[in-house]
Design a protein around this ligand. Structure first.
Ligand SMILES: [Fe+2]
Length: 318
């Protein structure tokens, strides 16, 4: 029987969808005002990245070999543009990370374990963008786990029709080992009794799939451009795609609240991962809960000196 798309308006329904199918569509995630503000800021940024020759572009999609950074080539058909590292590119992109719906889902999926943002990028997908290889985002872990180590949320800034490169998911695949990247995707999906379902949605929705769920970006054959923001959230000990403590610009860092920093991975949880130290004497960038003194190579008779912490104790991450 054909799968009916799992749609939620509450996180209780969405959590049940995630448990059963490994994904959910959550409608009306954004207010109309939030949707307009995010889309306006993302489109302006994308236009100027093309104009300034720093755009991430591809004729044929996300993982394509023709992906490059620069200005569009003359007469080039752009199938894909990515706007990377959004926390550096407008407060509106940081604000959306605070929405309680996200953290309700994250707490459920990660069983209360701490987590942080692992990537935060905008994507424009147009006709010509091709289907991605079927995979699970925790493909590198060759085990069946009882929970995901990561999940992706894709915020829809336009409608997502099936022919606009809507992500294809295999409902229920989160209970199986990751697919073989070289084997036929449709046969593998059939073998586990599933099917590939396009995640269609209205603008303002958010799509969530967890990192055990088999999925791939779909091909776009539409005249319409699909606009989205993708944020990956990972458990705190997983190496993130984008390490925000190193990505955040020096002029953005002082604007961050402690909560912003924790969402971006500046907190060290139980001494596991992500400790950062001063890069030069006087560097103020630090974890939210650990500080280290500046300690260079110290040589008798040498000129380099350590800088002890100014009153604040260097405590291990808790
Ligand atoms: Fe993926």
């Amino acid at each position: 029987m054909a799968h009916t798309l799992a749609v939620a308006h509450t996180t209780d329904d969405g959590k049940a969808n995630l448990d059963t199918y490994g994904y959910t569509v959550h409608e009306d995630f954004l207010s109309p005002g939030e949707l307009a503000a995010l889309r306006q800021r993302l489109e302006e940024q994308a236009e100027l990245e093309r104009a300034e020759g720093v755009a991430v572009l591809s004729g044929s999609g996300h993982a394509a070999s023709d992906k490059y950074i620069g200005a569009p080539k003359p007469n080039e058909r752009i199938g894909y543009q990515e706007v990377r590292h959004l926390p550096n590119k407008g407060r509106v992109f940081l604000d959306v990370l605070h929405k309680p719906v996200i953290h309700d889902y994250a707490t459920h999926l990660f069983r209360g374990e701490a987590y942080n943002a692992a990537s935060h990028n905008g994507v424009f997908l147009s006709s010509g963008s091709s289907r991605q290889v079927l995979h699970a985002d925790q493909q590198a872990i060759p085990l069946i786990l009882d929970r995901p180590v990561m999940f992706v949320m894709m915020i829809c800034l336009s409608d997502f029709d099936a022919d606009m490169g809507a992500t294809l998911v295999a409902p229920g695949s989160h209970r199986f080992p990751a697919p073989d990247l070289r084997a036929d995707p449709d046969e593998q999906v059939r073998a586990i009794g599933s099917e590939l379902v396009p995640l269609t949605a209205k603008a303002g929705s958010v799509l969530l799939w967890e990192s055990r769920t088999w999925h791939c970006a779909g091909a776009s054959t539409s005249d319409k451009t699909r606009v989205s923001i993708g944020v990956a959230w990972a458990q705190h000990f997983i190496k993130p795609q984008d390490f925000f403590p190193a990505v955040i610009h020096d002029d953005v860092y002082p604007t961050l609240t402690d909560t912003d920093k924790e969402l971006l991975g500046f907190r060290v949880v139980r001494e596991y991962a992500g400790a950062i130290g001063p890069r030069w004497p006087g560097d103020q960038r630090s974890n939210t809960n650990v500080r280290h003194p500046y300690v260079p190579e110290l040589v008798k008779g040498g000129t380099k000196r350590a800088v002890p912490l100014d009153g604040a104790a260097a405590v291990p991450g808790r």
